[in-house]
Each structure stands twice: as structure tokens, then as C-alpha cells.
Design a protein around this ligand. Structure first.
Ligand code: F0G
Length: 430
């Protein structure tokens, strides 16, 4: 006898599929990677009922005065796109809220890049000061849905700060593994203050991630690094939101810094989905930018992704000091699907871009400036045309890494009030 079909509403809108062996997992699985083959997992949602102009209107109509005064979910720039993020999440999401970050237009940044105009999307305006909050609201909401007893991550600092905050809100204990001496002061301060159990590890980020994965497998702790497919779903909204802010007119390029490659994967997935859902009618090209001392993905791109590389990473942009990126295969797919480019830039180029971004009053943490430095490199080599429309994503806030900027002031001697006045008189008179 045929089994009775479940009512549509009882069928989950999301399945989790292994990108390698195609195994299908329940959407409430505790696994963050495939339990059969260790491959990366991908969330697939039931296609939204609406497409094209109707779907654009649904998302646009959620930006209202009522929503402005509404719940965190109504105000969130992640959950506004819930049909494409986690359709079954319901009302009880763990949201700060987050997202709704600005597009900023400064002549000095465009000039530095060599473009007629350039907008930056500043993800440092998120609640804990980086784009990680967009993935974390979804991953911690999912942790709550599946009744996770504890959550964990490895981090160069921003993921740990974000996890610590969202786990505190959800009331779930959090454990984080960070590389000793390689995490910026602001990020460590946040991670500890929000209450995560912070384990400083004698090793680099890649070592920390191996440890976090092993600990989660052994102890059943829910891993929320960007290998977790729900993190990717949240981070897609950086792209949805910037497209919405541009009136759904796709730019020619979207540039972003790349480390562990979670965000590159999320951007690619978002663009493919936006295109298929008819939110945009042409595909922007992705530009993923690595620091030259931590550029295994850029090296592989130069060889048409014929092989995978691991390097001993070294860069002063500590957020992207990663030598063995976890989301490699997904990111190859993102670059391929968008006819994208992977570039590497030196620390000197990153800090030159950061100086320009800082000095026009915008500011960002070092790794973020890699996106603008990468655009400059591609404009210089003629791969990006001077009049093309480019959005560069700034991933983290200037205050994340205060040591870098304050050192110029704190390394010189303080002045007496009299000396300060004399100096001022001299400067104003000149
Ligand atoms: N920019 C910032 C400010 C970051 O913190 C990170 C990653 C990236 C860019 C790169 O993104 O890893 O998805 O390619 N930070 C992680 C962390 C690794 O632990 O905070 P990715």
C-alpha cells in the first residue's frame, strides 16, 4: 500500500546535500560536514513561490516604517530575505538585528582604485563590527532549532567575536579556538567580554580549525565555522542587500577579501540564486582578493584550479592569515560560475588602500582593505575598465585592530600643554 503523503507544510523547505558524495542529510543534522565522506555541505531550499519583479517587490515592501519599529527579525537585513536564507526558521530567530549596512561613495577611494566611481559596502557596521554577524544569526538560530548543547568555532577573531555575542543571546555555551598572538586586540576583547570560553592555541588558524573540527566530531558540539552551510546562507545576504540597494541593477564587479573562502562561496551562491530567481538579469563578476603571503587560492586560480595548494600563511592582515582554506571547492564553483578572478596583493598595497579608506573618514580593519587594493591592481592591469561599476566590500570595522592605527600616535612622546599650543600655532600659521 502506498504510504500517505505528508502535507506540504510538514515537508521541510530545506535539505542539506554533500557537494562531494551527494548524500542528503536532514536539515536538522548536527553535522557541519558530511559524516560519510567529510565533504562540504550545501543548503538547498524549496524555490520561492515568487520570482523576478514579484520577489523583488516582496523584499522591497519589507522596508517600511512598521518594520523599522518592529521585531529584530523584521528589522534584520538578513531575515528580510528569509525565503532564500532559511524558509522554515519561523519567528523565533536569534537576531540582534544585523545587516542593513551602508553603501558608501568617496571620491578618494575611487581615485585610489583608478575608477570613475566606486562604492564600498561597509560590513563593519554590523553589531559586532564584521560581516560574520550575517552568517552567525542563521547558524545560531539553527543551533537553537536543533537543540545544540554547545557551539564552537576556530577563528582569526571576527567569527569568535560574533559567535560569542550570538551564543550569549541564545543562552548556548560557546567555545572558541584562536591562534595565540595572532588575533587583533579588539576582537579578543569582544570574544572574552560576550562570554565565550576562549582557548588560545599555540598554533595558527589552520591548526585551530583542525582542532575545532575534531572537538565537534568527538564531543557533538555544533561547529559554526563557515564550513557550516547555514553560515553561508546568512552571508549570501551581503549580496542580496547590495543588489537591493542598487535597485536590483547588477554591478559589473563585486570585490571582497578572501581567507577561508566561506564568503567567496556565499557570494557565488547568492549570485547564482539571484540570477535564477530573476532578481537580476545579468551576472556580476566576483573578484576575490588574498594577501600575497596567504594566497593559495590565487596561486591555484593562476593555474586554472588544476590543483589545490596549502601555504604557511604570513600577512599583517591577520583576519585573512589562512594557508589552507576550508571552503576551497565551493569557492572554485563561485569563481567559475561568475567568470570571476582571484588576485593577490602585498601587505604594502593593503595598507596603502587602508590609509586612503581611513583618511576619508570611512575606516576599516586591514584585511578589509584588500578588496580595494585588489580593484586597484585589476584596473592598473586593464582587466577592470575605468567606467565599470564596482562594489568593494569592507568586511570589518577599523576598531577591530586598533593597534595598527594607534601606533603612529602612541610611539611618539606625549606633549606638555605648552608644547601642544606651540605646535598648533606653527601648524595654523603655515
Ligand atoms: N575579512 C575579515 C574582516 C575577516 O574576518 C575574514 C575572515 C575575511 C575577510 C575572509 O573571509 O574567511 O570567508 O574568506 N575571518 C575569519 C574569522 C576566518 O575567523 O574571523 P573568508
Amino acid at each position: 500500500m502506498p504510504r500517505a503523503r505528508r502535507k506540504d507544510s510538514a515537508v521541510p523547505a530545506t535539505v542539506i546535500r554533500c557537494a562531494d558524495c551527494e548524500s542528503v542529510l536532514d536539515e536538522r543534522s548536527l553535522h557541519s560536514t558530511c559524516p560519510s565522506c567529510g565533504g562540504l555541505l550545501v543548503a538547498e531550499h524549496r524555490a520561492p513561490v515568487l520570482t523576478g519583479a514579484a520577489l523583488r517587490a516582496l523584499f522591497d515592501d519589507r522596508i517600511t516604517a512598521e518594520a523599522y519599529r518592529g521585531t529584530a527579525r523584521q528589522r534584520s537585513g538578513v531575515w528580510r530575505f528569509r525565503e532564500l536564507v532559511l524558509p522554515d526558521a519561523g519567528d523565533d530567530v536569534v537576531s540582534h538585528p544585523e545587516g542593513n549596512t551602508p553603501l558608501i561613495d568617496r571620491v578618494a577611494i575611487a581615485r585610489h582604485a583608478g575608477l570613475a566611481s566606486l562604492v564600498v559596502k561597509h560590513e563593519g557596521h554590523n553589531p559586532t563590527g564584521s560581516f560574520k554577524d550575517r552568517g552567525m544569526t542563521v547558524a545560531v538560530t539553527q543551533a537553537k532549532r536543533i537543540g545544540a548543547r554547545a557551539v564552537a568555532c576556530a577563528s582569526t577573531g571576527n567569527t569568535s567575536a560574533s559567535l560569542s555575542a550570538y551564543a550569549a543571546q541564545a543562552g548556548i555555551p560557546a567555545f572558541v579556538f584562536v591562534p595565540e598572538g595572532r588575533i587583533a586586540a579588539g576582537k579578543l576583547a569582544q570574544t572574552v567580554a560576550y562570554g565565550a570560553r576562549t582557548l588560545r592555541i599555540k598554533g595558527d588558524f589552520d591548526e585551530c580549525l583542525r582542532l575545532a573540527r575534531a572537538a565537534s566530531e568527538k564531543l557533538g558540539v555544533y561547529l559554526v565555522n563557515s564550513v557550516n552551510p547555514y553560515r553561508i546562507e546568512g552571508q549570501k545576504t551581503i549580496v542580496f542587500e547590495l543588489l537591493q540597494q542598487l535597485g536590483w541593477q547588477a554591478p559589473d564587479w563585486i570585490a571582497l577579501p578572501a581567507g577561508n573562502l566561506g564568503n567567496t562561496s556565499a557570494f557565488g551562491k547568492a549570485l547564482v540564486e539571484a540570477f535564477h530567481a530573476g532578481l537580476i538579469d545579468r551576472m556580476p563578476r566576483l573578484l576575490a582578493v588574498q594577501a600575497a603571503g596567504a594566497a593559495p587560492f590565487a596561486k591555484a586560480f593562476a593555474q586554472r584550479f588544476a590543483s589545490r595548494f596549502r601555504v604557511q600563511a604570513e600577512t599583517r592582515a591577520t583576519a585573512i592569515r589562512i594557508g589552507d582554506p576550508a571552503s576551497w571547492d565551493r569557492a572554485v564553483g563561485a569563481i567559475t560560475a561568475t567568470n570571476g578572478i582571484v588576485e593577490s596583493v602585498t601587505d604594502e598595497e593593503i595598507f596603502a588602500a587602508k590609509k586612503v579608506i581611513d583618511e576619508c573618514g570611512v575606516g576599516c580593519e586591514p584585511a578589509s582593505a584588500a578588496s580595494v587594493a585588489g580593484v586597484r591592481a585589476l584596473v592598473a592591469s586593464g582587466l577592470i575598465g575605468r567606467d565599470e561599476r564596482v562594489v568593494a566590500v569592507l568586511t570589518g570595522h577599523l576598531l577591530k585592530d586598533p593597534g595598527v592605527d594607534a601606533s603612529a600616535v602612541t610611539s611618539s612622546d606625549a606633549l606638555t600643554p605648552a608644547e601642544a599650543l606651540t605646535l598648533l600655532e606653527r601648524v595654523v600659521a603655515s
